[in-house]
Design a protein around this ligand. Structure first.
Ligand code: AMP
Ligand code: MG
Length: 423
């Protein structure tokens, strides 16, 4: 048995923990963006275009009216005034949807609706409200300029010109343009398929009332929701007991369906930390201690045909912080996004806090806007990583970097708002 004396003689120098940045860099270096696929317009919302799109017809595709009014030749209205209106014969009606091109001669006019094609022979539209709205003849009380109230073919997008380039993010505006130029499908970077498993023999499904020693699995819901929020197509597989064979089978059966696997639990030093034990044996997943709090034990590696697997610690707060720190940027990279990281803001701290040296600490906070347009942040929940109720009260993480050991009330701290994308 080792004595204190022999311990101190043989004690190896403590190896510094790997930093958050080193771990993240290592993860991102091994991950590229997913191969493009073709999707329908609404399925491509929020994704990045992976092709250059041109229109083979102009927008608008024909000269049309921007107002309800009368199509005229501007020159015919030159002398019009309130006192001496010009009166033009109305030779027809053109509604939006008129598919034949009408025409009119000099000295004539046609009643026209917004979006309807301009008749040949007309070069302007006078809005209804600047006329007497006549049916057979119309009185015009001011001169009309050539081109007035006209939307010219191609003025928005000439035929053959680029509409959207590869890399464009597809939001409602971009989907409108794609629809307008007749594209019902586009080639995009797909949503990564994220498969979420919870490990732990103490875990039970929601429908079950937990008995003594049992805990309802909440991590898989939290992580699946966070993955969706990051842009992934997330699926929870559910609970896997702390058993080597069961875990390896469960992972194996998901491999073909996954672009990323995420497990929670079983990565610490405990006797039943099965994820660590079973996956370490495979040799493709590395278990490391990271200089962060919470979230010190982390596993990352690859299974099967190079499917990245993240093994997060089981305590709910640790799990979420680990997801935010490592998994979210990886999902964004698979999506092809250039900006992998959440935006942070500076907020005024409402209390004194301390933080361990050489560790990046993440505290749960409540971020509020202040009257002067800035932000204030207060901590919520104690140091325990098991505190789910206070986690639910938080809307941000307060990030205290490796150099920080104390921050006093009234100073600025870095805060990462965790706002849902669709709020
Ligand atoms: P572990 O990382 O497996 O040692 O788990 C640490 C703590 O987190 C234990 O108290 C677990 O019961 C709890 N825990 C692990 N997985 C989950 C889960 N999926 N949902 C809720 N709590 C969990
Ligand atoms: Mg466990």
């Amino acid at each position: 048995m080792a004595t204190a004396a022999s311990d101190s003689r043989a004690a190896p120098l403590p190896t510094p923990l790997r930093t958050v940045d080193e771990q993240l860099q290592m993860i991102l270096d091994g991950i590229g963006s997913l191969e493009p696929i073709e999707l329908t317009l609404l399925d491509s919302q929020g994704l990045l275009l992976a092709e250059d799109v041109r229109s083979d017809f102009p927008l608008p595709s024909f000269d049309n009216s921007s107002m309800d009014g009368y199509a005229v030749r501007a020159i015919d209205t030159r002398s019009a005034s309130e006192d001496k209106p010009v009166r033009l014969q109305v030779v027809g009606d053109i509604a939006a949807g008129a598919t034949t091109r009408s025409g009119m001669g000099p000295g004539l006019s046609m009643r026209i609706m917004t979006g309807a094609p301009i008749p040949a022979g007309a070069d302007a539209v006078i809005p209804l409200e600047d006329t007497d709205r006549g049916l057979a003849r119309v009185a015009i009380t001011r001169p009309v300029h050539t081109g007035e109230c006209l939307r010219r073919a191609g003025e928005d997008l000439p035929a053959g010109s680029p509409a959207l380039g590869a890399g464009a993010a597809l939001g409602p505006q971009q989907l409108a343009l794609l629809a307008a130029i007749g594209r019902d499908r586009v080639v995009v970077r797909p949503r990564p398929r994220v498969i979420v498993l919870s490990t732990g023999s103490e875990l039970v499904e929601i429908g079950q009332r937990p008995g003594f020693g049992e805990v309802i699995d909440s991590n898989s819901y939290m992580i699946a929701a966070a993955a969706k929020d990051a842009g992934a197509d997330a699926r929870r597989v559910g609970i896997v007991a702390d058993d080597h064979a069961t875990l390896l089978d469960a992972l194996e059966s998901q491999l073909l369906r996954a672009d990323i696997l995420v497990t929670s639990g079983g990565v610490s030093m405990g006797a039943y930390d099965v994820v660590k034990e079973a996956l370490s044996d495979l040799g493709t997943v590395e278990f490391t201690k990271i200089a962060m709090q919470p979230g010190k034990p982390q596993g990352f590696g690859y299974l099967g045909n190079k499917v990245p697997i993240f093994c997060l610690p089981g305590n709910p707060v640790s799990s979420l912080v680990s997801f935010e720190t490592f998994v979210r940027p990886a999902i964004r990279k698979l999506l092809g996004k250039r900006n992998l990281h959440r935006a942070t803001v500076q907020a005024t701290l409402t209390e004194d806090i301390e933080s361990p040296r050489s560790v990046r600490q993440f505290r749960r906070g409540v971020l509020k806007r202040t009257d002067d347009g800035g932000y204030s942040v207060s901590l919520v929940g104690g140091p325990g990583s098991h505190l789910i109720a206070s986690l639910a009260l938080s809307n941000c993480l307060v990030v205290l970097d490796e150099q920080t050991t104390a921050v006093s009330s009234g100073s600025a701290v870095t805060v990462m708002p965790l706002l849902l994308a669709n709020r």
